[in-house]
Design a protein. Structure first.
Length: 113
């Protein structure tokens, strides 16, 4: 199972990043997909998800700033992160909320104040 997150980096407060999650077509077409964040010293938690039909969910802390989307042709999910805050920093992972496959390598987001 491929769940490869990428696109992280170092940005200043207020900046933007776009994360990508590449996965296999079978996973992408059969399930909803989610973005998770693990901040230092904290448990990994769901930040946003997108259903097969395109419905979206966000935790309150990112509503209005983050946008989750998907490209079914490329079997890729994205997370557009705008107006970044220091508390958004962490390692971001993608996975299938209903199944939670083994975690792939996440991508580190660092936000400087």
């Amino acid at each position: 199972v491929q769940l490869q997150a990428s696109g992280g980096g170092l940005v200043q407060t207020g900046g933007s990043l776009r994360l990508s999650c590449a996965t296999s077509g079978s996973i992408f077409s059969q399930n909803s997909m989610g973005w998770y964040k693990q901040a230092p010293g904290k448990q990994r938690a769901l930040v946003a998800r997108i259903t097969r039909s395109g419905g979206t969910y966000y935790v309150d802390s990112v509503k209005g700033r983050f946008t989750v989307s998907s490209d079914k042709v490329k079997n890729t999910m994205y997370l557009q992160m705008n107006s970044l805050k220091p508390e958004d920093a962490g390692v971001y992972y993608c996975n299938v909320p209903e199944r939670l496959y083994p975690w792939g390598q996440g991508t580190l987001v660092t936000v400087s104040s």
